[in-house]
Design a protein around this ligand. Sequence first.
Ligand SMILES: [Zn+2]
Ligand SMILES: [Zn+2]
Length: 304
Amino acid sequence: MKFEVTILGSSSATPIFNRNPTAQVLNINEHLYLIDCGEGTQQQMLRFDVKASRIDYIFISHLHGDHYLGLVGLLSSMHLNGRKKPLYLFGPPHLMEIINLQLKYSETELHFPLEFKETNTEKPEVIVSNNDIIIETIPLFHRIACTGFIFREKKRLRKLRKEVIEQLEIPVPYFTSLKKGFDYTAPNGDVIKNEDLTTDSAEPKSYAYCSDTIYSEAYFEQITDATLLYHESTFLNDMLDRARETNHTTALQAGEVALKTNARRLLIGHFSARYKTLNELLEEARSVFPNTDLAIEGRTFYID
Ligand SMILES: [Zn+2]
Ligand SMILES: [Zn+2]
């Protein structure tokens, strides 16, 4: 199953040095899920060939402008382009009020159903569960209510060991129950253990998106063992006081989060406008957690 994330924006606060405010798009089994939607997201989608018509879910972490000011524009384009199918939107309280106000005074009635679900910013909650994925909120610690999101692949069915199945001439109607882990009883009454007939499917992968937050161990348990962890890294660690004041994280701390939660790989982003180049941030995070990359716009990272 395809499971990958493309970075559309990685700047904090304002667009600068060709960096755009936060947005990412996940491709999960050819369905697109947009995470945050800073100003300029539509332009970035055009640039990197991300089709808005393929997005059915949008997740907004919090109501600072660098995470959602592109949303009404995107909804408006979907409307103008004749979208009919529902769009599922998740975000903190009051997001829908803002959207409704904009629609009201432009006298726009969307041609498609916009299904809004308020995120609970106090405790983790499963907000989506379909055949491919389970999505949960991660309450974070920012100046205003903020959540991250964790995307966990569903465990796949067991795989048949074809050569054994053929040898024993097990009829096709039994395959589904074998894949689900049941033993097989042969016509002569012999019971054959499931593990002799199937192998386990791959371990489910996960993508943890930690939006704006101060460093806190409170969310560690929820993101433990992430296949790919995205964590904001607004500042270098010499700005730790500033990071604390503004409820943000430093690159060094992001490396520590990845190390302590046993992430397989770390992606850092949400870079402050004070950094024209990003190498120092990368080096700092790598000094703690070597398997780190920068969330560079236009790059796609496989979650494997
Ligand atoms: Zn931000
Ligand atoms: Zn913020």
